[in-house]
Ligand binder design. Structure first.
Ligand code: SF4
Length: 481
């Protein structure tokens, strides 16, 4: 009998979903919403190890009810600012005699202070490490990518778009001092092209024509990234990615030119809705010495040039920015934010420089200034958690608030919507306009939260000797929902 294993995210009693954009927008009505409706990490686990059960954002009561079913293992996948709630969940599980071991994974599990509350800690993507508990063997370069479908929403619950998420490589070794990824997984490993093709085909079959590549750093494996782009082109997908500016700058012209190519399937001309639509870039800061201090290994002017190039083609731009570097003063931040707002990005995410456990930045700040905050909720990049030499915490949060109002004002979503429609027309004429309308219709018809997670119908990974015995995979097939 395989062990009974339940993996869960943090509980959530409020019906309001976490919104990726929410913390950066200040208007309730004139803004986009990107609600978090699933756990990517748990979907990958479920797709590759079908025996595990997963729960995503259960209420507290739903969680307690599931605990009573009895489990050999309950695992928690969480982020740092969810730590207190997860520890409550751990405590509840420890009181149940029906529950065996407790495991922890995802970035929240990197915090040394809480690791002794669990029986096992998984660092990095866990399919490979969890598989042996089920007599399976999964190579990290051989994972199966699950379908991950999300939407862009408005305050009026009229959805604007539906898109498939894709991770083409996982991990990053660039080594920026503030980032936990190199500690979580410091070697970017590619998801096999065959697996990516299956998930793209799944999206296409379900009338989803937009793909968002959520790699930490798309292009970290250049040849692999080129293959991904060819594949997206072949399937006629509209796509965007998160990538470093240095990589993007070399690719933008080529990707824009691809949009004009005849459709490889139908042979029709370039007036069609497909291809590269925009990118998210870590700007981090407008001062070179600050980028150097955090080991970003990029030039500020290069980053700005990449943004200008994207905008010259009418493509989408998302920028990540940080304030609260040790030399920052209120006046200086105000000047920088004016310049940042002048870039007119579609979405600008501003964070307060936050030391995260097991990063170089944590050690440096702890030693030089001290980290005073004990409430993990505040480690959400929107609070000052350490003793800044020039700016006290309340003032820093006030500066953040004003900065966000400047870069993401009420006109921003209107400007972005105009850009999207205008660009669709520019690239594909009326075909483009009709395509955007069809995304809206599809997004509002689609069932984003079916009872069971959508998975690819596929045979699971087995140990080599089972593979060679020719044992049928049928019995373990997961139904595609
Ligand atoms: S910030 Fe981005 S490029 Fe830097 S280490 Fe993290 S994931 Fe890699």
């Amino acid at each position: 009998m395989p062990p009974k294993v339940l993996f869960t995210t943090v509980y959530k009693n409020s019906p309001e979903l976490y919104d990726y954009i929410g913390a950066n927008a200040r208007s309730k009505w004139l803004r986009f919403y990107w609600p978090r409706i699933q756990s990517f990490g748990l979907r990958f686990l479920k797709q590759n190890i079908p025996e595990i059960e997963i729960m995503e954002y259960p209420t507290w009561d739903e969680y307690l009810k599931r605990l009573n079913e009895g489990w050999d293992v309950v695992g928690f996948s969480f982020y740092l600012n969810e730590t207190h709630e997860i520890l409550d969940m751990v405590e509840a599980a420890r009181t149940k005699k029906e529950v065996g071991e407790l495991w922890a994974g995802n970035y929240g599990a990197l915090t040394p202070e809480i690791q002794d509350r669990f029986d096992k800690i998984f660092v990095g993507y866990a399919e490979e490490a969890v598989a042996p508990y089920f007599d399976r063997k999964i190579d990290k370069n051989d994972v199966i990518h699950p379908p991950l479908i999300e939407y862009l929403d408005t305050a009026f619950h009229k959805k604007l778009n539906i898109y498939g998420i894709m991770f083409t490589t996982r991990g990053c070794g660039v080594g920026c001092k503030f980032c936990q990824t190199p500690r979580f997984c410091n070697h970017p490993h590619p998801v096999p092209i065959e697996s990516l093709e299956r998930v793209i085909a799944y999206y296409k079959e379900h009338d989803i024509n937009v793909v968002v590549i959520e790699d930490e750093n798309f292009g970290a494996r250049r040849k692999h990234a080129d293959q991904v782009v060819e594949l997206l082109d072949e399937y006629g997908m509209v796509w965007g990615c998160m990538a470093r500016a240095d990589y993007l700058r070399k690719k933008i012209d080529e990707w824009v030119e691809m949009r004009m190519r005849p459709d490889p399937r139908s042979g029709t001309d370039g007036r069609q809705m497909k291809g590269f639509a925009g990118a998210a870039i870590g700007i981090e800061n407008l001062h070179q010495e600050r980028l150097d201090a955090i080991n970003k290994r990029e030039g500020t002017e290069d980053v700005l040039e990449t943004i200008r190039l994207l905008q010259s083609y009418g493509l989408g731009t998302v920028g990540y920015y940080m304030i609260g570097f040790e030399d920052d003063t209120k006046k200086e931040i105000e000047t920088d934010i004016k310049q940042l707002a002048g870039l007119k990005l579609d979405i600008t995410q501003i964070c307060i420089l936050t030391p995260l456990p097991q990063t170089v930045l944590w050690d440096e700040i702890e030693e030089r200034y001290g980290i005073f905050e004990k409430d993990w909720h505040k480690f959400d990049m929107k609070h000052l958690v350490w003793n800044h030499p020039n700016i006290p915490p309340e003032e820093m949060e006030d500066i953040l608030d004003k900065s966000l109002r400047k870069v993401y004002n009420r006109l921003t979503p209107i400007r972005t919507s105009f850009r999207v429609w205008a660009n669709a027309y520019r690239f594909a004429g009326l075909v483009g306009v009709r395509a955007i309308k069809s995304y809206i219709t599809r997004a509002n018809e689609f069932d984003f939260r079916p009872e069971k997670p959508r998975l690819l119908e596929t045979g699971p990974h087995l140990l080599d000797d089972e593979k060679s015995s020719g044992e049928t995979l049928e019995k373990d097939l997961q139904p595609a929902v």
